[in-house]
Design a protein around this ligand. Structure first.
Ligand code: DAH
Length: 345
C-alpha cells in the first residue's frame, strides 16, 4: 500500500515537470506500461493473501485511474500548447517587407514623362494611335503640305530607303494615317521614334522621341488648343508653370505657333542670384513644342471636307521635355542607357 502511494506521489510530481508529449509518454510507459512500476506491483499480487490482494487491487485500480486521468489532462494541455507554437512558427507575416534579392526595375525618365503627357491627354478624352517608323514620303511630306522642293526633304536631313519610302522624320505622318482611316471626330495622342540625319552631340540624336497630338472635330479653335497644352504642361511641370504661344510657321498648320513654358529653373524671372539664367538665356521662357490649326490643305489631302471639319495639332519632343523636367544637360544621357544615369530616376 505504501509503495502504491509513493508510486502515485512520484508519478504526479514527475508529471509536473513534464514539458512535452514525448516526455509524457515516457513517463506514462514507466508507470503504467508493461514494465511500469504500477504494473510490477500488480504482478506481485499472486503472492498475497486474498484480503491483501482485494485491498491492493482496489487501491491500485483507483491510483491507475487517477494517473490515467492526470496524464490525459496533461496530454491535451501539452498538445494544445505544441500546436499553438507550431502555428506561430509557421505563420507568414504577409505585411513584412520581402527579401531584397533582385534589384527593382524602374521606368526610363523619358517613359515617365511620356506617360505623364499621355495620361493628361487621355484625361481629356484622347485615345492612343500608332503609325510605322518606315513611312511613305507621301505621308511624311507631300500630304502634309511639304512640297517636293521643301528643304526638309533633303537627303541631308532624311534617311531614305528608296524614292518613295523613308524613316519618318516626325510623328506628323500619323496625322495623315488617322485622317485617311478614322471617322471624325477624334482626339489622338501618337508617340513614337523619329529619325533624322544628324551628328550626335549634346542636343542632337539621329533617333529621338516625339509625341503628336491631333484633334479633328467641328469648330475647333486656338482656345481649345491652348487649353489642351496647358493641361499637360501642368501635369508634367506643375501648376505654377505658364505657357505662351509665339506666331511661327509649319507647312501643316495655319496659323502656327511655337509654345514656350515659363523657365523651370529661374521660375520665369530670367535671372538666378542676380545673374542671367543659363537655361532660358535670361528670357524667362523655354520653347517646348510646335502646334497650330491644321492647314485646310492637309484635311482635303486626306479626304476630309475642310468646311465641315477643323483640327488642331501639336508635336512635342519628349526628350526635350524630359531634359527640362529633370535638368538633363545632354540628350545623349537619354539614349545611352547608362545604368548610373537611369538609376537616378
Ligand atoms: N512635326 C514637327 C517637327 O517635327 C512638329 C510639329 C509642329 C508637329 C507643329 C505638329 C505641329 O503637329 O502642328 O518639328
Amino acid at each position: 500500500m505504501t509503495t502504491l502511494d509513493s508510486i502515485k506521489t512520484e508519478a504526479l510530481s514527475a508529471l509536473e515537470k513534464v514539458t512535452s508529449t514525448d516526455e509524457l509518454s515516457e513517463l506514462s510507459v514507466s508507470v503504467l506500461g508493461k514494465k511500469g512500476s504500477l504494473t510490477a506491483i500488480l504482478r506481485t499480487m499472486g503472492q498475497m493473501t486474498p484480503e491483501e490482494r482485494a485491498a491492493t487491487g482496489k487501491q491500485a485500480n483507483i491510483i491507475k485511474a487517477e494517473l490515467e486521468k492526470a496524464f490525459e489532462e496533461k496530454k491535451s494541455a501539452l498538445s494544445a500548447a505544441e500546436q499553438e507554437r507550431m502555428f506561430l512558427s509557421e505563420a507568414v507575416d504577409v505585411t513584412a517587407p520581402g527579401n531584397k534579392i533582385l534589384p527593382r526595375g524602374r521606368l526610363h525618365p523619358m517613359t515617365q514623362t511620356y506617360r505623364e503627357i499621355r495620361d493628361a491627354l487621355i484625361g481629356l478624352g484622347f485615345t492612343m494611335f500608332d503609325g510605322p517608323e518606315i513611312e511613305y514620303d507621301d505621308y511624311c511630306f507631300t500630304k502634309l503640305n511639304l512640297p517636293p522642293d521643301h528643304p526638309a526633304r533633303d537627303m541631308q536631313d532624311t534617311f531614305y530607303i528608296n524614292d518613295k519610302v523613308l524613316l519618318r522624320t516626325h510623328t506628323s505622318p500619323c496625322e495623315v494615317r488617322a485622317m485617311l482611316n478614322l471617322k471624325p471626330p477624334f482626339r489622338l495622342v501618337i508617340p513614337g521614334r523619329v529619325f533624322r540625319v544628324d551628328e550626335v552631340d549634346a542636343s542632337h540624336s539621329p533617333v529621338f522621341m516625339q509625341m503628336e497630338g491631333l484633334v479633328v472635330d467641328k469648330e475647333i479653335n486656338m482656345q481649345n488648343l491652348k487649353g489642351t497644352l496647358l493641361e499637360f504642361v501642368h501635369a508634367v511641370f506643375g501648376e505654377n508653370v505658364d505657357i505662351r504661344m509665339r506666331p511661327s510657321y509649319f507647312p501643316f498648320t495655319e496659323p502656327s505657333a511655337e509654345v514656350d513654358i515659363s523657365c523651370t529653373i529661374c521660375g520665369g524671372k530670367g535671372h538666378v542670384d542676380g545673374k542671367p539664367c543659363r537655361i532660358c538665356k535670361g528670357t524667362g521662357w523655354i520653347e517646348v513644342l510646335g502646334c497650330g490649326m491644321s492647314n485646310p490643305h492637309i484635311l482635303e489631302n486626306c479626304g476630309l471636307d475642310s468646311k465641315e471639319w477643323s483640327a488642331f495639332a501639336f508635336g512635342i519632343g519628349v526628350d526635350r521635355v524630359t531634359s527640362l523636367k529633370y535638368s538633363i544637360n545632354d540628350i545623349r544621357h537619354e539614349y545611352e542607357n547608362d545604368a548610373r544615369f537611369l538609376n537616378q530616376f
